[in-house]
Design a protein around this ligand. Structure first.
Ligand code: ACO
Length: 220
């Protein structure tokens, strides 16, 4: 995680994405303080600004911004694969990808949080959990002790991971879903809203229900 910025000299920052997730991220960055949000990039923008942040154009603007001295960025896109791919591209371009932790989130001092991670209000990340780059721990989600979350995962609002759960790359755990202790969920699998995952799930599947049952495999 990047060091905390100095509120007296705000760090210029660009946000990638301009949708609903970006709105939440913008408000967290404002709550943290210490950053000057220059704007956001959004190829599909329908307005000139997002809650007061100007839309700068599409991602082709990023090399120009880097050349102008902007070094800090955050990818605020909900789609896991796209968020991860763009984050990795920005790292290659030399940007520093900050993590945004809402002041009302609780993150254990023994947890490890990667780059480009969003932790929303009320989320709890408990002891010795490891959160991979570009993860989203959404509003009121619980990530219990010793969980291992890969890159690009999303734990949706009010979802709860018990201790020692492993989520591989780009897993999505739907709103209000729960995952039993020690369970491993394979890469790119999506768990439906309200599901109860009581045993391991393979990669690339869609699982839903109580207990969660995998449905037809999803395209890789
Ligand atoms: C801040 C934020 O907003 S973060 C956003 C977080 N997002 C989420 O949590 C989304 C989670 N997504 C879901 O739960 C979705 O319903 C999915 C991914 C499980 C399924 O989506 P789709 O493939 O589009 O399924 P679809 O809506 O066509 O439903 C197919 C069937 O599954 C059922 N179904 C859909 N979702 C669920 C669910 N979560 N649990 C149980 N059954 C479900 C439907 O009732 C339907 O049943 P039927 O065939 O008997 O009529």
């Amino acid at each position: 995680m990047a060091a905390s910025p100095d509120p007296a000299s705000p760090v210029p920052l660009v946000i990638i994405g301009g949708g609903g997730h970006a709105k939440v991220v913008i408000e967290i960055i404002r709550a943290i303080g210490g950053y000057h949000i220059l704007g956001c990039t959004d190829a599909a923008a329908t307005a000139a600004e997002v809650i007061g942040v100007p839309v700068l154009g599409d991602d082709d603007q990023l090399p120009r911004l880097f050349a102008a001295g902007v070094r800090h960025a955050f990818v605020a896109i909900g789609a896991n694969r796209l968020r991860l791919a763009l984050g990795q591209r920005l790292l290659q371009q030399g940007f520093t990808l900050i993590s945004v932790l809402h002041p009302a989130a609780v993150v254990s001092p023994t947890a490890v949080v990667g780059r480009g991670v969003a932790v929303m209000p009320g989320a709890v990340i408990n002891a010795c959990a490891v959160i991979g780059d570009f993860a989203i721990i959404n509003t009121l989600a619980a990530v219990e002790h010793d969980c291992r979350l890969g890159e690009g995962v999303h734990v949706a609002p009010r979802a709860a991971l018990a201790g020692n759960v492993t989520l591989d790359t780009c897993v999505s755990v739907g709103i209000g879903a729960v995952v039993k202790p020690g369970v491993r969920i394979g890469a790119y699998t999506q768990v439906g809203a309200g599901a109860a995952v009581v045993s391991d799930l393979a990669a690339n599947c869609l699982a839903m229900g109580v207990p969660a049952r995998p449905r037809a495999p999803r395209p890789a």
